[in-house]
Design a protein around this ligand. Structure first.
Ligand code: RP5
Length: 181
């Protein structure tokens, strides 16, 4: 999924509010400037045919929207939330405080501190409010982790994840063989 396509998804959803297929994963981010990073999570979910929604929800600029999003996610059928933010990245933690759903945090490199600020803001959660934090800018891993979480109760999806891992292993082996020649 390219950025332009995601923007179309965002605009369409803001117009009719009802995606065709009920999303299982919610991908949210603090700003549209996070899209170039967060699109990688959408790409993975698309690859695994997991329906997802993409929304801009800011902990600081739209706090009311963050509350309503987090409080309604479970009843709307969302099973995992991927939340990306940069700088004082409070979105994943605040959402995790408001929902019992698993929240995966993506620290986005967005400031002069190179993403370390985002990483620490997301990973240093107090006891009792977990956020599964991936590496800086690694929304791909957030997508993969969401698939693994869904795979716990979805055998077909879990089998596809096992296949994905085999494919990655084969890629490495092929590269190694090429080097040896
Ligand atoms: C955060 O501030 C966003 O998640 C983004 O990473 C960062 C900068 O936002 P913009 O000023 O680009 O909108 O809330």
């Amino acid at each position: 999924i390219v950025e332009a396509q995601l923007r179309v998804i965002l605009n369409e959803e803001s117009v009719n509010g009802h995606p065709a297929v009920a999303p299982r994963v919610g991908i949210i981010m603090g700003s549209d400037s996070d899209l170039p990073v967060m699109k990688d999570a959408a790409k993975i979910l698309n690859e695994f045919d997991v329906p997802a929604e993409v929304k801009i929800v800011s902990a600081h600029r739209t706090p009311e929207m963050m509350f309503s999003y987090a409080l309604s996610a479970r009843e709307r059928g969302i099973q995992v939330i991927i939340a990306g933010a940069g700088g004082a990245a409070h979105l994943p933690g605040m959402v995790a405080a408001l929902t019992p759903l698993p929240v995966i945090g993506v620290p986005v490199r967005a400031s002069t501190l190179d993403g370390l600020d985002s990483l620490l803001s997301i990973v240093q959660m107090p006891r009792g409010v977990p956020v599964a934090t991936v590496a800086i800018n690694n929304a791909t891993n957030a997508g993969l982790l969401a698939v693994r979480l869904l795979g716990i109760s979805d055998i077909k999806l879990q089998a596809r994840m096992a296949q994905y891992q085999e494919d990655r292993r084969d890629e490495v082996l092929v590269k190694g063989e090429r080097l040896e020649k």
